[in-house]
Structure formats: structure tokens, C-alpha cells
Design a protein around this ligand. Structure first.
Ligand code: NAI
Length: 256
């Protein structure tokens, strides 16, 4: 299946985890890829090699998406590299575990600047390109089940993903006349390095699994499949939605 033949896609924060899986999936369906992280390292180099093995092109742009200058630089470079940009996956994100009353301004800014400000201004730069060049652009934001359900001790994270829910609804409406679609993917518990401490804590992991109707964690590839669907023309009538990839976690029912 070559749903992304002749398309160029950018995935932010794609050196590892869900972002890397998204990059591989989009490339496997024909997209040339712009990869991103703050620094190109061995993981990025391996990803480029894997994508080139598929017969696709891949370039890595070093940029810190939590800064407006950084994310603008990323979008400009992404457009210049293969002279087009069709798909933006706003994947990079961070979380911090703190009691609400102990969150510092630095913690708050890091989470909000990465998960919300970077998405806002990266999408803005991409949309300017789409409007100016009459590109039917697609934006997929990596939200979280925590755009919907609570997560005590992660207040800035929940605030950032909750804001992303509303941002997506708003942009979908404002950008529909330009043939630009915007959707969220909301992963539940996915086995990636962001969950290192959870994965290493058997008791916590056991409790979490009890709450997931499917009784298992998701994989980055599970998420990437939904991202590819939303980025493709199979979803050409889908905008302003959130697709949950959570094994049933968000709306589960606990037997009393
Ligand atoms: P991860 O920590 O494995 O990967 C995130 C990547 O983003 C890393 O490569 C990191 O270096 C990069 N990144 C972080 N800040 C950046 C910045 N300022 N500029 C450029 N790159 C930056 O995380 P994972 O699990 O792959 O998460 C990806 C997205 O999925 C995040 O938005 C996260 O909130 C979301 N998510 C993940 C879940 C999970 O269970 N793993 C659940 C729900 C949402």
C-alpha cells in the first residue's frame, strides 16, 4: 500500500518511541521523511538507514521544538529539503511527575512549551506554507488519554494535552475551508522510554494493567497505524477528532 507516494511527512521527536514508529510506518507507505530531535545521534542515523532501505528519502533536522525559533527553523528546513511538505505529526512531548503544589515555573514551562507552544507555532508555520501553496495539509497531534481523563501528580501534562484537545477542535473548523485537516491521536499506556520508571515497577504496572480492559500495554506501532490512517486519504472526511489508542482504558468500567 502506497498511501503516501510523492508525499513528504515530518514527525517531531522521532529519534525513539512513538515518533520513530510513526516515521517508519509513513515511510513504509511511500512517504519521504523529515525526522527531528534536538540532536542527531545513533538512533536517528539508524532510522535514516532503515527508511533509505525502504527506498525512501530521509533527512534529520536538529531543532528544539519547545522554542518558537526552533520549531520555525524546523518547518522551514523541512519544506526546503524535498521542496514540499504535506503531513505534520506533532509528536514530541514530555511529562513531569510532581505534586501540584511542588511544580516550579521551570517544570511548567518545559511541559507547556514542548507539548502546547511547539505544536501551536509549528502548526502555524506549516499552515502558512499550505495556504500559500494550496497544499491540502494534514496535521496529526500526539495527544494522550489525559486530554480526557485525570492523572494526579501530572497537572502541567494534563493541562497541555487538554489544551491540545481544544486547539485541534478549533483549528479543524478554522482550517477546513483551506482543505487542511487536524486530528489528535490519544495513546493510553504505550511501552516507550517515556514510561521507563513505570515499566520497571512491577507493582505499579500490575495496577495499571488491571484498569486496561485489554490487559496489556500498547506498542508504538499500534499508535503509528492510527497516525497513518489519519494522515491518509482514508480519513479524508475526518477532522477535529481524537482517536483513542488505549486498549479501552479511557472509558473502562470497574466491577464493584
Ligand atoms: P519518548 O520520550 O520515548 O519520545 C519523545 C521524543 O521527543 C524523544 O525522542 C525526545 O527527545 C523528543 N523531544 C522531547 N522534547 C523535544 C523538543 N523540545 N524538541 C525536539 N524533540 C523533543 O516519548 P513517547 O512515549 O514516544 O511519546 C511521544 C508522544 O506521545 C508524546 O507527546 C507523549 O506525550 C505522547 N504519549 C505517550 C504515551 C505513552 O504511554 N508512551 C501515552 C500518551 C501520550
Amino acid at each position: 500500500m502506497e498511501r503516501f507516494k510523492d508525499k513528504v511527512a515530518l514527525v517531531t521527536g522521532s529519534s525513539q518511541g512513538i515518533g520513530a514508529a510513526c516515521a517508519l510506518r509513513l515511510a513504509s507507505e511511500g512517504a519521504d521523511m523529515i525526522l527531528n530531535g534536538r540532536k542527531l545521534d545513533e538512533r536517528g542515523e539508524k532510522l535514516i538507514a532503515a527508511i533509505e532501505q525502504m527506498g525512501r528519502r530521509a533527512a534529520f533536522v536538529e531543532a528544539d521544538i519547545s522554542q518558537v525559533m526552533g520549531v520555525n527553523h524546523l518547518i522551514t528546513q523541512a519544506i526546503q529539503t524535498y521542496s514540499r511538505l504535506d503531513i505534520l505529526v506533532n509528536n514530541a512531548g514530555v511529562e513531569k511527575n510532581h505534586n501540584f503544589w511542588e511544580v516550579t515555573e521551570t517544570d511548567f514551562d518545559l511541559v507547556m512549551d514542548t507539548n502546547l507552544k511547539g505544536v501551536f507555532f509549528g502548526t502555524q508555520a506549516f499552515v502558512k506554507h499550505c495556504i500559500a501553496n494550496k497544499v491540502a495539509g494534514v496535521v496529526v497531534n500526539m495527544s494522550s488519554v489525559h486530554e480526557e481523563i485525570v492523572f494526579p501528580h501530572f497537572a502541567p501534562y494534563c493541562a497541555s494535552k487538554g489544551a491540545l484537545k481544544m486547539l485541534t477542535r478549533n483549528l479543524a473548523t478554522e482550517l477546513a475551508p483551506f482543505n487542511i485537516r487536524v486530528n489528535n491521536v490519544a495513546p493510553g499506556a504505550i511501552a516507550t522510554p517515556i514510561n521507563k520508571s513505570l515499566l520497571n515497577d512491577e507493582e505499579k504496572l500490575g495496577k495499571l494493567l488491571e484498569n486496561i480492559p485489554m490487559k496489556k500495554l500498547g506498542t508504538p506501532e499500534d499508535v503509528a497505524g492510527i497516525v497513518a490512517f489519519l494522515a491518509s486519504d482514508d480519513a479524508k472526511y475526518v477532522t477535529g477528532s481524537t482517536y483513542f489508542v488505549d486498549g479501552g482504558l479511557t472509558y473502562h468500567y470497574e466491577e464493584q
